[in-house]
Design a protein around this ligand. Sequence first.
Ligand SMILES: [Zn+2]
Length: 329
Amino acid sequence: MNITIICYKDNSRKSQIVKAINILNSVQNYFFYKIVNEDSDLSKDEMIDWDSFCERVGKRIDEYTIYITEKPFSDNWFSHEDYKYSIISIDSWELLFAPPSLCAYLVYQIAQATVSFEADLSETMEMRMVHDRAEGCMFDFCFNKPDIKLGMIAGTICPQCRGVLLRYGIKERALNAIERILQYVRSEAIGKPIMFNENEAFIVMRFSNNDENDNAYKYGIQPALNDMNIKCLRADDKVVSGQLLEKVQQSIKKCRFVIAKVDSENLNVYFELGLAMGLEKDVLLISEDSLVMQLPSDLKNWECLTYPKGNYEELKQRIIKYYKDNYHY
Ligand SMILES: [Zn+2]
């Protein structure tokens, strides 16, 4: 699902908004958020009135759209959302509520609007779901505005609301993407933000100079990632002291993507792959096509990109296609 985020071009917190969008796009790959600048803010009035916004702007919107405004709402809410559009006010967040940061607040509010879009919820339907008393769920009503922080610290959708969303037809994959976003909000809210480089990939493989794996890396994987401006690291690329395992662990932790060449029956490769999967990295498996049937049974359910041995141009093109299809590169 593509979602447009509209931001007034002179918004004083623009850099935080851009940062929030980057986080939203890098912790999951089901929703894609695109920022669009608008010349002037929503209205000349001091405050935003939701009903008149729906009347004036909402009816004309035909794609999923979220407005970010620096003005407060006339009803003092943080945000409003309907089937296809939403407005989030950032007024007073840093003055009255932070921490968590404005960026984490935006990520949280955008996730909430996204759920409404994905489940086709009108604000009236959402009002039927909300918890009047805050209990650390994304659907807390927050009569007392600071209660929103409880939801951010918990970073979850409670089992009851999860069940309702599934009944409304939200896809499991969409819900998982939302939960990954909420995990980020939680990490920020408890002061231990998940930090990783959104355009970095770590390559898991064993190789020696100019063998098939080394050549697949040099002539297929690395050029493909370079084409998409994804930085590519392999265990030998960094000469630092310390044990190799520790270096590998750190590299896996701080990248977004892991590509594992899994056709060589190497225990270290499987260990590192397990680590990457446990850390919920975006993992791509690669195998020569003649060896793919020999992969361990645990890996058989994972999508594995294959290529004809020695054909590195083909490998490069398939990798580029995979990232373009799945990650908007
Ligand atoms: Zn709930």
